[in-house]
Ligand binder design. Sequence first.
Ligand SMILES: [Zn+2]
Length: 361
Amino acid sequence: MQDYAVKYYDGQSSRSMNAFLMLRDEHWLILYRDANGVEQTVRWELDQVKKIDTGSVVNTFHYGDFPHQSMEIEDPDFLRDLNNKYPGHNFINPAYHRVLSGGWKTMSILVAVTIGLLALFAFVVVPNGASWIAGNVPRSFEIQLGEDAYAAFIATQDEDSLRSRLLNRFAQQINFDTDYKINITVVESSEINAFALPGGRIVVFSGLLDRIKSAEELAALLGHEVGHVKHRHSIKAQVRSLSTYLFVSILLSDINGVTAVLIDNAKMLSTLSYSRKLEHLADEEALAVLEKNQIDQHGLVDLFKTLQGEAGKDPEFLKFISSHPLTSDRIAFAKKVARGQKELEEYRDLERIWEKIETRE
Ligand SMILES: [Zn+2]
């Protein structure tokens, strides 16, 4: 009886063993020496042996359920010998055959479809789902979220309560065309920044307030931040960043990471960065508020100039720029709108409060 030199894989380790194969009427015998040099015999029942079509010159056979034992044989006469020994026996597993006979083409399609579904989820389902969630969050939840974030934030800051009061008085003179209750806090900090929390809280850092030179500029800044509040931008940005994170974490089964992010929730709200699109929307809102209140829209242009003028001078500015992209098209847009504004009434009340803010009276 003839035997064949084969490579045998026991299904447990990826190491191959040199073995001999003997064909019997109802089964195959595979003989090899294990790592300890002990001779082993494996018996494969004929009806569970499946030939795998790999498309190469090596013939591969699997045995049993996963993890399969397998065997590779290079002998060019082997298939002919099989036919002679077992006439009419079909070693080919139809399911395997269908996928693998397509070879690389079928596999590439499967891989492409999988990648496509993941991309669809990451770039379409997550962002649009985030917008939908953000648009449908109940107002009471939004306010609570903002209050929690504010409490976590202010606990580590020094408030300038005099200027907080004055800024709120200033804001009360302006019709922001919103039913959110706007509540402004001035914080002592060299940071040149301002941000809006969900529900109507706005934080202005003294580093930015000290650089503002006019009532119009301040009104523009508040109009911009109120725009973020009205359009629920911080919820949108947060749900989006959270859902992308959740998606990636679930993909990687990183539950600890998910928990950490949920705990960090409140902190993230003050450092969110908005897309250009959301910044542009907030600018449009600021210009509309200035127009509605008959305040010079050049205030927004001046605000941009103030921010731009600080670029390069102060490393704190870089922080602002990285979270509020200030682009030339934003400035050009504000200039264009402001040029078209009709003659304006004076706004003495606003100017008077602004003087107090400047002189800290
Ligand atoms: Zn903004």
